[in-house]
Design a protein around this ligand. Structure first.
Ligand code: AMP
Ligand code: MG
Length: 392
């Protein structure tokens, strides 16, 4: 996957963290796979949940390095041994996704699928199928601004393995010919995927962290937890509240050019927040800044005065995919996709001369959404048929 090979500086921070947590300890090991399976995400049964005791303030927190960035999960439960076991389950779940989806390991499931491009269909696992269906649905909704087949363009610009460089027009044209979400064929009866054009490369870098967060949130809910905060390299899901009461979590969008400064605070409860911007990964050549978010239409880094776009939505998969897509589309074209009625909030920060400004087309601040709290963390399967897709 087009994960960053270095640790990213998160865009978002949490303001109302209490100090009564165990110190974070980075944890990269495996173990407890059996527990993840038992927690039922893959349909193997659910442990008896222990509901949190009202008013308890015991927090347990762990931090790991996974998918090329930090994942920090903090949960509230009176029994810290139980909380630790749940957190073991979370990291096993995310590491399992990482092993399937990474573009840095020739033995990953995604690598096998990409290698098969131009050949016959390949049966895929449930998580890869589920994520691919969702990714393609966002491609259709954003008219291709979000495109999970962007891999060849990412590679051509050196964002996958380097060196980062401006490629020739011919190289860009060759890469573009291998990109296009309509070149992916799904057969839901067999759960197979066919990449119709040789050299195609699926890249889940714009959506996988959000998807992993949603599956982690599902696991926490199934385990009976209500209050938690999950931060995956700046993608955040805020579950419940920081004290079990009514006060929501307070997050902060950092100033894009001054990371020590807060641009805006936002109250969040049972919602996800994701930011995409030109300052996460980029390179300079000939005095120009080239960002890692690429236009599937031009085959080039998006050229825009948008510095960052922050999306707040009920699911982290949605927030992640949309923040990437909206950065490609820009505030004007993106207006149809966002709005309080759809519980999709957006904050645009643009460069105007030497200053940064908020675009008036922002839909901000986020408000609680109607069924919030009871809604599933992953959005329901998209309405438009996403299976049995044949290329156009
Ligand atoms: P994000 O930081 O979530 O906006 O995702 C950026 C990553 O998504 C890049 O590093 C690429 O791996 C991938 N990507 C770049 N452009 C696109 C695009 N137009 N559609 C989907 N994924 C993209
Ligand atoms: Mg994204």
């Amino acid at each position: 996957m087009g994960y960053a090979s270095c640790i990213l500086h998160p865009y978002l921070q949490v303001l109302n963290l209490r100090r009564d947590v165990k110190p974070a300890r980075p944890h990269v090991g495996h173990g407890w796979t059996a527990f993840v399976l038992a927690v039922g995400l893959w349909g193997m049964g659910v442990p008896v949940p222990r509901p949190p005791v009202a008013g308890t303030d015991r927090w347990t927190q762990r931090t790991w390095v996974v998918m090329g960035t930090y994942l920090t999960v903090r949960v509230r439960h009176p029994d810290s041994a139980y909380a630790e076991r749940i957190l073991d389950g979370v990291i096993d779940l995310v590491q399992d996704l990482d092993r399937r989806l990474t573009l840095y390991d020739p033995s990953s499931e995604l690598w096998a699928l990409n290698r098969q491009a131009g050949g016959p269909p390949l049966p895929v696992s449930e998580p890869l199928w589920d994520l691919l269906e969702r990714a393609l649905a966002y491609s259709r909704e954003t008219q291709g601004a979000f495109d999970v087949t962007i891999g060849p363009i990412v590679q051509t610009w050196g964002f996958l393995e380097g060196p980062r460089r401006v490629p020739s027009d011919e190289a860009i044209a060759r890469a573009r010919a291998r990109v296009g979400y309509t070149k992916v064929e799904l057969d839901s009866s067999r759960r197979t995927v066919r990449l119709t054009t040789p050299g195609m490369v699926l890249d889940f870098g714009g959506i996988a962290k959000g998807y992993a967060l949603d599956r982690a949130v599902e696991l926490l809910r199934q385990a009976g937890l209500r209050d938690a905060l999950l931060n995956f390299g700046g993608e955040i899901y805020a579950m419940g509240t920081p004290d079990g009461g009514d006060r929501p979590w307070t997050l902060a969008v950092r100033h894009p050019r001054r990371p020590d400064r807060v641009w805006r605070e936002l109250p969040v409860r049972d919602m996800a927040v994701s930011t995409s911007g030109d300052y996460e990964r980029f390179f300079f050549q000939g005095g120009r800044r080239y960002s890692h978010i690429l236009s599937p239409w031009t085959g080039r880094p998006v050229e825009t005065d948008v510095v960052s776009v922050t999306v707040v939505a009920p699911s982290a998969t949605e927030a992640d995919a949309l923040s990437t897509a909206l950065f490609v589309m820009g505030p004007e074209r993106a207006q149809a996709l966002v709005g309080a009625d759809r519980c999709r909030y957006v904050l645009w920060i643009r460069q105007q001369g030497r200053h940064l400004i908020e675009d008036p087309r922002s839909v901000w601040p986020p408000r609680p959404c109607p069924s919030q709290g009871s809604r599933p963390s992953r959005t329901p399967k998209p309405n438009n048929p996403s299976s049995d897709i044949r290329p156009q």
